[in-house]
Design a protein. Structure first.
Length: 230
């Protein structure tokens, strides 16, 4: 089976996590990082989850999972060590048409949680379709050694430069070309060296140069098509 890869916007959306152990804690922290409102249901909680509940970062209910726990949830994660509970959670989620992930049980999952590498706004997700989590972790380690923090810095700089490019280069095709050129330019090397100010200055200079090239190309096209005579 082929899975459809997707990045979810969970900001201010409720997610239910069933389970209170270390695996559940790892899931909860990733969800909080994504801005989700997390509600945890479990008979017991590891101290770190109790601390998150006590400071109000998560909601919780102590007790057995009940189907009513899914009310209002956008997403469900079951991370217990009880296969029967995990099965009940998955079946309840299916009845309520909620996507559900069950830790280490792909057969119960309606979505898989990939291994993820984060570099600022850049996120690289790795999945083996549930066939080998160990291989996904191995690939994550190899790719993480290649993709450094400079990629996150480049994404941030390109986002910062977008309004200038849109202002200076009206043609959408040439604008797309400019962004490709920026990615492959010396800007990246400057960011890798930690020279953020120099990288931004160089990016601005390149944009101005390419904007001039764009204007010259447009003038030539006007002449070729019988535009303003010289």
């Amino acid at each position: 089976m082929t899975y459809y890869p997707v990045f979810l916007d969970l900001r201010d959306r409720e997610v239910v996590v069933v389970g209170g152990g270390t695996v559940a804690e790892r899931k909860v922290r990733a969800l909080l990082e994504a801005g989700a409102r997390v509600r945890v249901v479990s008979r017991t909680f590891v101290p770190s989850l109790k601390a998150l509940a006590e400071c109000g970062r998560i909601a919780f209910r102590v007790g057995e999972f009940e189907e009513a726990d899914l009310e209002g949830a956008w997403l469900i994660i079951s991370a217990t060590d009880d296969a029967e509970v995990n099965r009940r959670v998955a079946e309840a989620a299916a009845r309520h048409r909620r996507f559900c992930n069950v830790a280490d049980a792909p057969a119960f999952c309606s979505f898989l949680a990939p291994a993820v590498i984060r570099r600022g706004a850049v996120a690289i997700a790795i999945s083996t379709g549930g066939q080998s989590p160990a291989l996904a972790v191995h690939l994550k380690q190899k790719i993480a050694a290649i993709i450094g923090p400079e990629y996150g810095a480049l994404a941030e700089l390109l986002s910062h430069m977008r309004p200038l490019v849109q202002e200076r280069i009206p043609d959408p095709k040439w604008r797309a070309e400019v962004f490709h050129r920026l990615v492959e330019s010396e800007v990246f090397d400057l960011l890798r060296a930690g020279e953020r100010s120099a990288a931004e200055a160089h990016a601005r200079a390149l944009i101005e140069r390419w904007a001039s090239e764009s204007s010259w190309s447009e003038d030539l096209r006007d002449i070729a098509s019988g535009g303003d005579a010289l």
